[in-house]
Write a protein that binds this ligand. Structure first.
Ligand code: ZN
Length: 687
């Protein structure tokens, strides 16, 4: 969040009042306001000294923001503040917390209509607190509700005024320090989200079971509940978009823009498609008609893309419309002389860390794609100078283009580092630096760049921990022009990978905070077990770093030409996490449990127990992987261990320790060739 203090403005206005003898448009910010005051007797609850006021015609977002504010204040103090519409406030003078576009905000000189879509004002005036923003008509939990500023303002106040932390989805993950009294403010700020889109793809569909082994997935009620709680969590961490950005505008084309093109245009316009070394145009393998790249240096292709965009545009008069031009998950493979000329001289591969060859296979095509983007954007700009062109820097066009190529802000690049086995977190320092340099190269070209990694898909259910290196990368991008994020995906292994996921969400709101300060927020929610829980996750982070080369090597060795690192992680888990590495971790958690205390009512003890389920689950997953991956294991032994895992998941499914749907997909992908596994998984699904 960007914080702009208005103190200087306020001082100038007060000076103007004194000199000119007139009152400013808004009253000066005043002191903190009392919200809950002390009861006379220690055993009694405090008194509600304030009410929460929403507009008479409140939108759902303001109503939801009010319920979130009241709920957390009650968790902190035990006192339920009344929530009232502005039209029905009693005369009795109590302090008021005004949410959204109230009449009182207008009288206080706050013009919410002048604010950008997600911005909000925090201001204390004459004993009242204003959390004011433009409220749109959308639903509060809809990620595409671009008018969520009032809700963001409430969360800002809960974090700063009450010390609330949202560790993971569900009630146990809500940490609210207890207090007998509460005052809020003083505030005088306008805050706008730092990034125009903040996305952690949720990786669960509340209405549909996954394409995995359903015995290992959520049961229906758990799926819906998990999906809901995760959405609430993501909104608390301000996930969503601003209005009027390229991201929420309609796009002609998509991330993978040329799907279906060969069938549609291949016969009449083979020259739009890749030229293969054997001289034919189109898919290298004719039996795979969707697997092709384009001949992106062909001006006829540029004209066709702009023509299609104009057709879409005519259907939506007045509305902005972008052009999406990304290849269909393929490398750029055209070997025609014009495309090769656009590439320029082959790059210097000296110093390229091993395993990152994907960025120049079969050739290094970033320059040709940068020229392509510029050609299409310039052509479309003749019709609409504001048009934006969107592209994924991926595969062999991930490497930054040469410095002589200049792009502009209307060319929007999704930065997608993607290598088969190398480069994942935690990575070697050489890989880490090389990937940063590619970001800098795209950013220096003049394009707008956002982060669209796949890294968080990795690790299955293992305690695969890497917050420091991840934060270093994120903060580097944030300091170097990052306009937004789109993480594919949130795997939801909350109990096993808590610090990774807390940091992933939290760093979107506090991108400039020291990483250890953010991690300390997470650990402090364990009360007296704080230090031991930090030690526990440090053990796993050290383990992940120590074994990073081994992880890459094991995965590379087993890939047999088709291994996808994250999707088939359960094929190598017992090699990466042998049972003996869990023992020291269990011992640390035993100490954490002792420190947290034995009372079953203790939230600290319950959180340590939550982590313990993550550890138990990981061990059981490894035992299962060992039996499934051992060709000598007999069917009965395999079945027994698999059913132990299934039974365990039935017991813990409702606790939200892990997104079981995601795991079930990885497990089916990993073990589909194990005799009997896929058949019994499918038989169950067909029941
Ligand atoms: Zn070509």
């Amino acid at each position: 969040m960007t914080i702009r203090s208005n103190h200087g403005v306020v001082r100038c206005l007060i000076l103007a009042v004194c000199i000119l003898g007139v009152w400013p448009a808004h009253a000066a910010a005043s002191a903190a306001i009392p919200v809950v005051t002390l009861a006379p007797k220690p055993q009694e609850l405090g008194h509600a000294a304030a009410l929460i006021v929403i507009p008479a015609d409140a939108q759902p977002i303001a109503e939801y923001a009010a319920s979130e504010l009241a709920r957390h204040i009650e968790l902190a103090t035990g006192v339920a503040l009344p929530v009232l519409k502005e039209s029905s406030i009693p005369e009795t003078a109590r302090h008021r917390i005004y949410l959204g576009g109230t009449q009182a905000a207008v009288r206080a000189g706050i013009d919410v209509k002048a604010l950008p879509s997600e911005a909000f004002v925090l201001r204390t005036v004459d004993g009242n607190l204003f959390i004011a923003a433009q409220d749109g008509p959308g639903q509060p939990l809809d990620m595409d509700n671009t008018f969520s500023g009032t809700l963001w303002g409430v969360y800002e106040v809960l974090e700063r005024g009450l010390g609330v932390r949202w560790l993971w989805p569900g009630d146990l993950g809500v940490y609210v320090p207890k207090t007998r009294t509460l005052a809020l403010g003083p505030y005088d700020e306008v805050i706008t989200p730092r990034f125009v889109h903040r996305i952690l793809r949720p990786s669960i569909n509340p209405k549909h079971p996954p394409n995995g082994d359903l015995r290992l997935a959520f049961i229906e009620e758990e799926r819906e509940r998990y999906a809901h709680e995760q959405t609430v969590f993501l909104r608390r961490h301000r996930m969503g978009n601003s209005a009027n950005t390229y991201f929420v505008e309609r796009t002609a084309g998509s991330g993978h823009s040329f799907e279906g093109w060969w069938e549609k245009y291949g016969q009449d316009h083979p020259d739009w498609f890749q030229l293969n070394p054997d001289g034919h145009r189109g898919p290298a393998d004719p039996s795979k008609p969707k697997k092709h790249s384009m001949c992106v240096s062909n001006p006829e292709l540029h004209e066709k893309l702009v023509e299609l965009w104009k057709e879409e545009r005519a259907k939506h008069p007045g509305g902005p419309l972008n052009i999406g031009i990304g290849e269909n998950d393929t490398s750029g493979a055209c070997c025609c002389p014009n495309c090769l000329a656009w590439d320029g001289p082959p790059p210097d591969l000296n110093g390229l860390p091993p395993g990152l060859e994907r960025s120049y296979t079969p050739t290094q095509a970033s320059n040709r794609y940068a020229r392509f983007l510029k050609a299409v954007q310039s052509l479309a700009a003749e019709t609409d100078p504001g048009v934006k062109v969107h592209f994924y820097a991926f595969e062999n066009y991930f490497w930054a283009p040469s410095q002589d190529i200049t792009l502009n802000k209307n060319i929007v690049i999704g930065f997608v580092p993607w290598f088969r086995w190398a480069g994942w977190f935690p990575r070697t320092n050489e890989e880490h630096e090389w990937i940063k340099q590619q970001w800098l190269g795209w950013q220096r070209s003049g394009a707008s760049v956002y982060y669209r990694p796949n890294w968080f898909l990795d690790g299955w259910s293992m305690p695969h921990i890497y917050p420091h290196q991840f934060a270093d990368a994120f903060q580097f991008y944030a300091k170097n022009g990052m306009i937004g994020t789109d993480f594919d995906s949130l795997m939801g292994q909350w109990a096993a990978q808590g610090p990774n996921l807390y940091l992933l969400a939290r760093i979107h709101v506090r991108p400039d905070a020291p990483v250890d300060a953010l991690l300390d927020e997470f650990y402090s929610a364990f009360g007296p077990a704080e230090d031991t829980v930090r030690e526990y996750f440090q053990y796993w982070e050290d383990y992940s770093i120590k074994n990073r080369e081994k992880a890459a090597d094991s995965i590379k060795t087993r890939r047999e030409g088709k291994f996808r690192r994250y999707a088939m992680y359960a094929l190598v888990a017992e090699e990466l996490y042998p049972q003996e590495v869990f023992e020291p971790a269990r011992e640390i958690l035993d100490r954490a449990a002792a420190a947290a205390g034995t009372s079953p009512d203790s939230e600290y003890a319950q959180r340590v127990a939550f982590l313990r389920e993550g550890l138990n689950h990981a061990r059981l997953c490894v035992e299962t992987a060992k039996a499934m991956n051992d060709p000598r294991a007999d069917a009965a032994a395999r079945s027994a261990v698999l059913h132990r895992l299934i039974d365990y998941r039935r017991n813990v499914g409702a606790q939200g320790i892990a997104n079981l749907d995601r795991l079930s997909v990885i497990e089916l992908e990993s073990w589909k060739d194990v005799p009997g596994f896929a058949e019994s998984a499918t038989a169950h699904e067909n029941k």
